[in-house]
Design a protein around this ligand. Structure first.
Ligand code: XUL
Ligand code: CO
Length: 437
């Protein structure tokens, strides 16, 4: 590999909590065992190609502030330089995974065929870099939102030719993801929604989206792609309303189209916030519905109403999120992807290293706290206790459908039932939670 922006950085190593070295890990000790698995195996950390190597600091009011040598240049040579820098950053960070959109890794061509050839060509280079470094692909995805052809949606476009173009794009991107050993495939419907209902037929668009997803699932099985297909919920932005609003909404959608056993979710902290939820709410909901897949770990800004995609830094929130992941038995083929970008004024390559070191360390520290919550067992014991009545004979009969409404009414009358309120103990539980972080 040639010189890159990150050649001057030594691999970041674990130095322990007392370290004052800003380019060392204080918590991420990748071989440390937590609940029987190493930190690396639990977290399955991934760098997001788009934020780290494509985003250039533009905002609706300002020109790019972040300049990298490959930016502003199309074609394979620039793509190769970008890939070399990317894999060099992965070396510095020691992360096991990365994630990309087709358009992040190489520019679009003048025709569909040319775009496909571009992706095939860079995929060969990515495969070589993966072999050399041992870094793997957590998930691939297709960008079905940036090009003007998608301004009215991809699968939900009123024009079936756009649907077809998007479907062909996903087919090829899934082929490439499989070729690269990708462990999941993500669909984020950035433009699958509407800006105004006045020009939108919701019923049709949902059916289109259901058909699209069924095509992808059928194809995945035909080619023997072993990874999970993941939908990434987000309520809005760029459109006013997106159909994949949140975990519960996507579950309803999957049920309607018979895909609930086939598709899981990639949940993002900032998207949860935009939907008016907490990250742990989305994780616990997905886990309860059996569709927890993977996480985009980032954070929003409580004072801003958009997707700021900042690196996570809140220990309590992340610990609670990981607690619900551990409670659900982990993420399977999923992992923790840093869907986060540098702030506009953070223009140095070193800023990218600091950002990831902080994010990785936070996840590691949060994992330790979440592991302690599980091991200690007091949160779970309290919860069990609260619902203990449902494990008794009458509770089981009620839930098991063994009682009619008349029988229940007769029993309540006969026993002259008068249930007594019991404390929910919220303050006790919140204090307990604080004791782990
Ligand atoms: C957009 C977002 C995407 C997905 C992948 O808000 O989160 O980057 O993660 O398309
Ligand atoms: Co995301």
């Amino acid at each position: 590999m040639t010189e890159t922006l990150f050649s001057g950085f030594a691999p970041v190593v674990y130095e322990g909590p007392q370290s004052r070295n800003p380019l060392a890990f204080r918590w991420y000790d990748r071989t440390r065992i937590v609940l029987g698995k190493t930190m690396e195996e639990h977290l399955r950390l991934a760098v997001a190609y788009w934020h780290s190597f494509v985003m250039n600091g533009t905002d609706p009011f300002g020109a790019p502030t972040i300049q990298r040598p490959w930016m502003g240049r199309d074609g394979l040579e620039a793509a190769r330089e970008k890939a070399d820098a990317a894999f060099d950053l992965f070396r510095v960070l020691g992360v096991p995974y990365y994630c990309f959109h087709d358009r992040d890794v190489v520019s679009e061509g003048a025709t569909f065929r040319e775009s496909a050839a571009n992706l095939d060509a860079i995929a060969e280079i990515l495969a070589r870099r993966q072999d050399e470094t041992g870094v793997r692909l957590l998930w691939g995805t297709a960008n079905l939102f940036s090009h003007p052809r998608y301004m009215a949606g991809a699968a939900t476009n009123p024009d079936p030719e756009v649907f077809a173009y998007a479907a062909a794009t996903v087919k090829h991107c899934l082929d490439v993801t499989k070729r690269l050993g990708g462990e999941n495939y993500v669909l984020w419907g950035g433009r699958e929604g509407y800006d105004t209902l006045l020009n939108t037929d919701i019923g049709r668009e949902l059916d289109q989206m259901g058909r699209f997803l069924s095509l992808v699932v059928e194809y995945k099985h035909r080619i023997g792609f072993a990874g999970a297909i993941l939908i990434e919920p987000k309520p809005k932005e760029p459109t006013k309303h997106q159909y994949d609003f949140d975990a519960a909404t996507v579950y309803g959608f999957l049920k309607r189209y018979g895909l609930e056993g086939e598709v899981k979710l990639n949940l993002e902290a900032n998207h949860a916030q935009l939907a008016g939820h907490s990250f742990e709410h989305e994780i616990a909901t997905a886990a309860a519905l059996g569709i927890l897949g993977s996480l985009d770990v980032n954070r929003g800004d409580a004072l801003l109403g958009w997707d700021t995609d900042q690196f996570p830094n809140a220990l309590g929130d992340t610990a609670l999120a990981l607690y619900y992941v551990l409670k659900a038995g982990g993420l399977g083929s999923g992992g923790l992807n840093f869907d986060a970008k540098l702030r506009r004024q953070s223009i140095d390559p070193e800023d990218l290293v600091h950002a990831h070191v902080g994010g990785i360390d936070l996840c590691a520290r949060a994992l330790l706290a979440a592991g302690a919550m599980i091991e200690d067992g007091r949160l779970a014991a309290d919860l069990r206790q609260r619902y203990a009545g449902w494990d008794g004979p009458e509770g089981r009969a009620l839930l098991g459908g063994e009682r009619t409404l008349e029988q229940i009414a007769a029993d309540v009358t006969a026993r002259d039932l008068d249930p007594k309120p019991r404390s929910g103990r919220q303050e006790y539980l919140e204090n307990l939670l604080s004791s782990y972080t």
